[in-house]
Design a binder for this molecule. Structure first.
Ligand code: GLU
Length: 356
């Protein structure tokens, strides 16, 4: 049997109960589901949210949850061990050990740390350990925290070369409308391409405890499908939601098909993981050269630039009508823009974003 690999992410509203504590029953059933998938031949990495909510249930004395980043980061330090203890207990029922891997944005942008994270996850697998990943909320820079685990899960799927990403949440999947506003909303079974209509379906988080909502799930699915990863959004509290997603049970969840011509890990990283520090607006001719002739971006094609980027930074490339055309790593700083090399972004460092 060939080994297939999946990253399954469980959201805060699914791992915690109404009072904010860890919902041990949900964890037990998801752990059993993961073990069943492993018995089906899947390698599984779990990405879990819930540290902040569980932490506040422990130390918040029933007060409203704080909103400032500093308090939330401290509270995550309280909840993370509670969450891990609960996952450990849930998997122990099946005799499967777990390991905690906490990741911050820089771990994905420093090549050395990226490779360490990848070898740690690979080694855990050879030890028969299920990795349980969360964002390293307590120490990540408040300004550049990911803030949502959907994105982390998509990055981890890319990191481990997973074929599938399953986002378990508190909805049935992606619906044709916001069900709170439109009772006729129905489940979309399958998505083959990202377009404006699709992105407009994303409302904001309905539960109030998670940070993601449908918009961040769609962003994660976008990134994953562009990295060649099939993505499913499915209800966490269903019976064996992971196995049902992987078996493509009809009528269950929304499955996003990978885009043909997947991005390399490096280009996926440029497109989705690195934050842009500036923008370049280009003319029609340059847009043609990039999109139809696979060229590098030359300085003559840039009409204006904004932001404080330096050599090697990521920037967004906008067309004449301010449409997002591409993202890439610049070879020149904003300061020296007019005196730098003719090639502003080399084609190897450029990702076209319009042809989904
Ligand atoms: N890392 C956060 C936590 O564990 C959750 C982020 C999210 O809601 O996606 O509480």
């Amino acid at each position: 049997m060939t080994t297939r690999s999946v990253v399954v992410k469980v959201g805060t509203s699914s791992v915690t109960n109404a009072s904010g504590g860890v919902d041990h029953d949900v964890l037990a059933s998801i752990a059993a589901d993961v073990v069943e998938a492993m018995n089906d031949g899947w390698e599984v990495v779990v990405v879990t949210s819930g540290a902040i909510t569980a932490g506040w249930a422990e130390v918040g004395r029933g007060q409203p949850r704080p909103r400032d980043a500093v308090s939330l980061q401290a509270v995550s330090a309280v909840g993370q061990p509670l969450l891990m203890a609960a996952w450990r207990e849930a998997f122990a029922r099946a005799g499967v050990p777990v390991g905690q891997v906490l990741l911050a944005p820089l771990d994905f942008s420093h090549r050395g740390q990226y490779l360490h994270a990848r070898s740690t996850l690979a080694t855990l697998k050879t030890l028969g350990v299920v990795p349980i990943v969360n964002e390293n909320d307590a120490v990540a820079d408040a300004e550049i925290r990911f803030g949502d685990n959907d994105r982390i899960a998509a990055l981890v799927a890319n990191l481990v070369g997973a074929s599938h990403l399953v986002l378990l949440t508190d909805t049935e999947g992606l619906l044709t409308a916001d069900p709170r506003l439109d009772p006729q909303a129905t489940l979309i079974d399958e998505v083959r391409a990202f377009d404006a209509t699709l992105l407009s379906l994303a409302g904001s988080s309905s539960s109030g405890v998670g940070s993601g909502g449908m918009a961040s799930k769609l962003a994660a699915a976008h990134m994953a499908t562009w990295s060649g990863v099939t993505t499913v959004i499915a209800p966490a509290r269903a019976t064996t939601p992971l196995v049902a997603s992987l078996r493509e049970t009809p009528g269950f969840g929304t499955t996003f098909r990978p885009r043909p011509g997947k991005l390399s890990a490096r280009k996926a990283w440029i497109a989705f993981a690195v934050a842009s520090t500036g923008t370049l607006t280009i003319n029609q001719g340059a847009m043609q050269a990039l999109e139809h002739h696979g060229r590098s971006l030359l300085r003559v094609g840039v009409v204006s630039h904004a932001g404080h980027f330096v050599d090697g930074d990521a920037v967004d490339v906008l067309g004449p009508e301010n449409q997002v055309v591409a993202k890439g790593l610049v070879r020149v700083s904003a300061e020296a823009f007019d005196d730098g090399d003719d090639v502003v972004i080399h084609r190897d460092d450029l990702v076209l974003l319009r042809h989904s």
